[in-house]
Ligand binder design. Sequence first.
Ligand code: ADP
Ligand code: MG
Length: 354
Amino acid sequence: QVSLKIKNVSKVFKDFRGREVTAVDNISFEVNPGEFVTLLGPSGCGKTTTLRMIAGFEKPTSGMILINDVNVVEIPPWKRDTAMVFQSYGLFPHMNVAENIAYGLKMRKVPKEEIEKKVKAILKVVGLEGFEERPPSSLSGGQQQRVALARALVVEPSVLLFDEPLSNLDVLLREQMRVEIKRIQKEVGITAIYVTHDRTEALTLSDKIVLMKGGKIEQIGTPEEIYEKPESKFAAEFMGKINFFPIDVVEFQPDKTVVKLKNAVYEIPSVPTKRSEKYVLGCRPEGLKLSKEGPVKGIITTIVYLGNFSEYYIQTDYGEVMVKVLPPFDKNLTEGREVFIEVIPEIAKIIPES
Ligand code: ADP
Ligand code: MG
């Protein structure tokens, strides 16, 4: 198992007009041996470029990429001991499943009997025993992605790289494959870097998430840390629906923060990890409740019934607020009615404004 260190890496491209585009802007992060790290962020934030630099398809403009403490930026991809799984599976259509998987081993001049043994073993790992002779075109999207995964795994790379491997699959399959990928990675015990713009994938798969925005790293942490303790409004919003309210911080205490929202004073049982001049209160839809009083007043504009809960959209002085309401639903709270919104301090978050 290997460790990976990305140190002050930048990548500047020239666009077709010759102007410089900074795709990756001085990023640093570490991947421990056997760890599953996700690069998460919106389209265009530099995830693929980062992955391609780790694989060696792209050379950093500056910075170092260390695999087991050896700087590899001058080492070509085929000598780096990494393997990549792409969104478009990239299988060879004229080769059957076994030949597709064997390709990398053949290139490495592995003896025939050993290739057969390894292909068989890896097909078992990805749950495709007996598929050796099948052409890729006869397989479902999920099965093709498994073949692509097997092809990457069979060469026993030190680092496995994934670039949005599930984006082409339908929702059900995507959920299934997500669990599979995690199982296989843990079973093989490989160091993995996974690129996605899908927060659910990042939350379910990762030991660690590197959240990116505009070529820079916004926050690094475990799924829980990023979800529970976002250090910016961007991080909070990227991890799921959230409402923001302007607050005044009255006092920081060792394990709680006293804040004021209009006339209401709340003791929030957490302290922000990052300090700033100005903070907002971040409340997820489940962190608010409708009541007869509360600091925020509004008019119910829309109620979305979702069976086991409902979403109430409320127009307030702070913009539209979304509250998740569990049954039994109050029949008096209909669209057009006035309500007050109360904060559940236990799960509210204090987030730096800028
Ligand atoms: P992501 O994978 O997060 O969507 P990318 O790494 O593909 O983002 O791209 C980051 C930025 O770099 C984008 O603005 C993109 O247009 C630009 N970019 C990527 N590759 C090239 C290239 N070969 N030439 C010029 N610009 C590029
Ligand atoms: Mg990409």
